[in-house]
Design a protein around this ligand. Sequence first.
Ligand code: OFO
Length: 183
Amino acid sequence: MLSQSMTDALNKQINWEMYSSNLYLQMSSWCAFKGLDGCAEFLNEHANEERMHMQKLLAYVNETGGLAILGQIDAPPTQFESVKDVFEKTFHHEQLVTAKINELVHQASTEKDYATLQFLQWYVAEQHQEEFLFKSILDKIEMIGTQGQGIFFIDREVGQMLTQKTQESTAMTTAQNGDVGTA
Ligand code: OFO
């Protein structure tokens, strides 16, 4: 059973995850408008992942005796200076989300809510991956540069990262199904 304070804190995180989803969807839209189709697809997929993060939290609150609440969500920014600006903002946003997850972990630990503490470990690992992912995109942008055909190559690289990610997750699902079949 969740305490009211833990329920409130998880509901705030539900809101953050929805905001993240909308932010990345808006960035995807900006990239599509600029003809950056690889980046647009990558960010669109990432928006879907953020929605999944929200749904996972919502399910946890509901199954633990709390009432999950979808509050008002701020509108994300609509204009960006460049593709580099987009990915700098994604990286900073993920750092902010990591800080929010760490606050939740601290609260669960302080309240001795060990089920929530355990549940949040998935988000701790996920944030590590996401910060790494966006930092690696920023590193690539830095390496390739945005002059001349640089933007074309950045867009292609980011699009390929999505293809690679999709292949890895398909391989993982296949391996997991195989494990279940042989168990
Ligand atoms: Fe991008 O992170 Fe959700 O949690």
